[in-house]
Design a protein around this ligand. Structure first.
Ligand SMILES: Cc1ncc(C[n+]2csc(CCOP(=O)(O)OP(=O)(O)O)c2C)c(N)n1
Length: 830
């Protein structure tokens, strides 16, 4: 107990404490729930939600309400880290934030609105996906980039879909407006016959100059119509750019992602992409997300588009702040952008700005929104332009800005109309200079073989680990076997062939990046690229310790998703052409979860955007009685996408072929995606093993001939595992024929090699395509017309009957089917 004097002192402190505790409780309630009553919607049809904890009055409540229920409503109390919560709290409760350059904000708003109005008046009835109603996006981006450059950002990777894209291209990417006019005039149609893309999907690069005078190089990523599909691609591109820079990469390259409100809430790829944020193989040190929220999706209202209150609710899967902001209060928008950007740099974390505005016109300008939202659009009709209300509010005359920009646009329109060539709105980074796409040319081929001596040297590195490393006995045995393989004492399996390919490439200077589910060990226990110490789980990656000065090797286990991870790797490959970048499916058919990435980016990227990628997809494939879903990697789907030499579709049937294929992909300067079907049971099967001498021969063979049966009357053509099974059965039955020819590359179709078959199999009268897949699947419908063209109408096929599902669920049924197929193919029943 203290003295009486002390007691009275502590009593009064207690009274103050009680008062401040009460105030603190009020403040806390607003920190937690204030955003529900924030003034977020410029049109007031998004009504505040009542909350009992906010039903308080008094000075403290007024202050709390001003801070947390004004034009910014922030959701941050779900963040477990007290330091991060405290940071936001302090920034929100700050009495005097940094000043805002209002003339600059006004000029940005003028440029945003006047651009849309000008296009609207000159190209009536043409789609442009106007930004009007959310033009505060332009000062928001301006703020983020300008503040970002203060933190060291030198490049920004921007992803966005259609809405406001042309506006961003002019005002943020700072492309000359004449290029946009040329797009509306649709100049130079002959340059894009059968290809190209609409103007609101094409990517752009440019140099942004902020208020500070600092510059940021902008890369606006080309995107398909599939809205959020571009998100992981942008992340992969950012990560590649960061990796190129090294330690400072995350500060120097800033990813900014813009989303539509209904797309963000609805598309699964958004969830997959958000989940990459803090994963070691995928983090980019934080992305600034902006939901360009017009509270509408095409004709759909929010109540039909998302189950939660906000489109942004999904972002709460991460411990990150969400700043909802009224798009009509441009100062608040700038402030929200600044906080989000600073949070990104302070904590290396994602942050979201939910920019709430409206959509002045229909979904596109040819839509009439008064049919589906008549009340809303009566309100919108009379709603003034943002730059006008802002000019009035801040007391700055907008006319000089309007006149200046209008004059700029008038000149640009003239220049755009007189353009004869379609403008390329981007400049590729210099690291693309040595590489090319276009049609295949044999002169692009390079030798991929290696000497026995070199292979032994790599083997030494691949099979060594530190003396104090406690290795798992099974892995130790595997490494011992691999050592024997590398020294030619036992034939090579796929795992070792791959390790030698990657190791040799890394030693020759090619960086490697492999990712997928369980890729470090390998789904089929075949890779073991990362050794784990059995005592302390320390990791050792032999591929990273082969030689001083070797290139970087990264192998990651990914999150359990296909679309975002494949998109990410596609993006990475886009900005790392000199690296070998591979994505691996757990089983090939799971890649169908990434169909949008395959269709829109991998297959069509070059035709649409003239953008190349050397991404490798590794797709385990083969009918082995494991059921409908673990059998087929859907070869037919990839082949259907093939045209104009857009990609390579291969199925290496031996370890040696796999080695050459991977090396070819990295060493040729022809940059094309490689779709590679890989084995499962054949990974270590004697028929698929290769002697070390296979790695010494010069190159990958598109077709493997059968030298043992040159006199055969019957020639079977096939790809993958069925060839080995046929060979085994032929051996077992002690048959001399038929000849079994393996098509290792299906596309580009190796016509010259197929033509040689006549010269080699002079006695042949029967040419048969054999596949284990049902008639409506596999390579059949792709190869048959091509084979018939060369071999003639006698070309026939043997396959399973057409089926709705790729394979039976019964292992025994599979065996029966397979046996029948092989018996018929070998002609035993003939
Ligand atoms: C994956 C996909 N599904 C559907 C569409 C068709 N579509 C184009 S825009 C759009 C509405 C998008 O609304 P929102 O995300 O709110 O963006 P806004 O157009 O309102 O800016 C729809 C459904 C599409 N382009 N992509």
């Amino acid at each position: 107990m203290g003295t009486p004097a002390r007691e009275s002192l502590s009593l009064s402190t207690a009274t103050i404490n009680i008062a401040s505790e009460k105030q603190e409780r009020v403040m806390d309630a607003f920190r937690r729930w204030g955003y529900l009553q924030a003034n977020l919607d410029p049109l007031n049809h998004f009504t505040p939600i009542s909350h009992s904890e906010l039903d308080v009055s008094g000075e403290a409540a007024d202050a709390a309400r001003r801070i947390y229920s004004g034009s910014i409503g922030v959701e941050f109390m779900h963040i477990p880290d007290p330091e991060r919560r405290q940071w936001i709290q302090e920034r929100m409760e700050l009495e005097h934030d940094e000043p805002i350059d209002r003339s600059r904000v006004l000029e940005e708003l003028v440029r945003a609105d006047v651009f849309e109005q000008t296009i609207h008046s000159r190209y009536i009835g043409t789609k442009r996906y106007s930004l009007e109603g959310n033009t505060a996006l332009i000062p928001l981006l301006d703020e983020i980039l300008n503040s970002g450059s203060g933190y060291g950002a030198e490049q920004a990777v921007l992803a966005m879909s259609h809405r406001g894209r042309l506006n961003v291209i002019i005002n943020i990417v700072q492309r000359p407006a004449a290029e946009i006019f040329a797009g509306f005039e649709d100049v130079d149609p002959r340059s894009v016959l059968g290809g190209g893309d609409v103007k609101y999907h094409i990517g752009a690069t440019g140099m942004y100059t902020g208020a500070s005078g600092r510059q940021v190089r902008i890369h606006l990523v080309s995107n398909p119509s599939h809205l959020e599909a571009v998100d992981p691609v942008a992340l992969g591109r950012a990560r590649a750019k960061q990796t190129r820079i090294g330690r400072e990469g995350k500060a120097k390259v800033l990813p900014i992602m813009m989303h539509g409100d209904t797309a963000f809430a609805g598309q699964g790829i958004t969830a997959e992409t958000l989940n990459l944020a803090n994963l070691r193989g995928y983090t980019v040190g934080g992305t600034v997300h902006i939901i360009v929220n017009n509270l509408l999706g095409f004709t759909t209202n929010p109540s039909d588009a998302y189950s939660g209150r906000f489109s942004s609710d999904l972002a709460k899967r991460l411990p990150i702040p969400i700043f909802h902001v009224n798009g009509e209060d441009a100062d608040a928008v700038v402030r929200a952008g600044r906080m989000a950007l600073e949070f990104r740099y302070e904590f290396g974390s994602d942050a979201v700005v939910d920019l709430i505005g409206f959509r002045r016109h229909g979904h596109s300008e040819v839509d009439d929104p008064t049919i589906t939202q008549p009340i809303l659009y009566r309100k919108i009709k009379d709603h003034p332009l943002l730059y006008q209300t802002y000019a009035e509010r801040v007391g700055i005359d907008a006319h000089p800005y309007v006149e200046k920009f209008q004059a700029e646009l008038d000149a640009a329109e003239k220049a755009g109309k007189s353009m004869v060539k379609k403008p390329a709105m981007r400049q590729l980074p210099s690291y693309w200079a040595p590489f090319h796409g276009g049609p295949y040319k044999p002169e692009d081929e390079v030798d991929t073989g290696l000497s026995a001596e070199k292979l032994q040297q790599i083997t030494d590195g691949l099979t060594s680990y530190p003396a104090d490393f406690n290795i798992h006995p099974k892995v130790q045995k595997l490494l011992e076997q691999r050592r024997e393989m590398g020294y030619g004492k036992r034939p090579l399996d796929y795992g070792m062939a791959e390790a030698l390919a990657l190791g040799s490439l890394a030693m020759e200077g090619t960086p490697i990046r492999f990712s997928g589910q369980d890729t470090r060990r390998g789904t089929f226990n075949q890779r073991h690229s990362v050794l784990i110490d059995i005592i302390d789980e320390k990791e050792y990656v032999p591929l990273c310790h082969l030689a001083p000065g070797q290139a970087r090797v990264e192998i990651y286990n990914s999150e359990l998703s296909e679309a975002a991870v494949m998109g990410f790797e596609y993006g990475f490959a886009r900005d790392y052409p000199e690296a070998l970048v591979a994505w691996e499916a757990q089983f090939g058919d799971f890649a169908n979860g990434a169909q949008i990435i395959i269709d829109q980016f991998v297959a069509a990227g070059e035709d649409k955007w003239d953008l190349l990628s050397g991404l490798v997809l590794l797709l385990p494939h083969g009918h082995e009685g494991q059921g409908p879903e673990h059998s087929s990697a859907r070869i037919e789907r990839y082949l259907q996408l093939c045209a104009r030499d857009n990609m390579q579709v291969c199925q290496p049937s031996t370890a040696g072929q796999y080695f050459h294929l991977l090396r070819r992909q990295a060493l040729r300067k022809w940059r094309k995606p490689l779709i590679c079907f890989t084995p499962k049971s054949m990974l270590r099967h004697p028929e698929a093993l290769s002697p070390i001498s296979e790695l010494e021969r010069p190159r990958f063979q598109n077709v493997i001939l059968d030298e043992t049966a040159r006199d055969a009357k019957r020639v079977l053509l096939c790809t993958g595992k069925i060839g080995q099974e046929l060979r085994m059965e032929r051996k077992k039955q002690k048959m001399k024929g038929p000849a079994i020819v393996s098509l290792e590359q299906m596309y580009p179709f190796p016509e010259p090699e197929i033509k040689e078959l006549f010269a080699i199999y002079r006695n042949a009268t029967d040419f048969i395509w054999v596949q284990e897949e049902p008639a409506n699947m596999g390579a059949l419908s792709f190869v048959m017309p091509r084979l018939k063209k060369i071999i003639g109408p006698k070309m026939r096929s043997i396959k399973r009957a057409a089926n709705a599902t790729p394979a039976t669920g019964s292992a025994k049924a599979h065996e029966l089917e397979q046996k029948t197929l092989i018996t018929i193919a070998l002609g035993k029943g003939d």
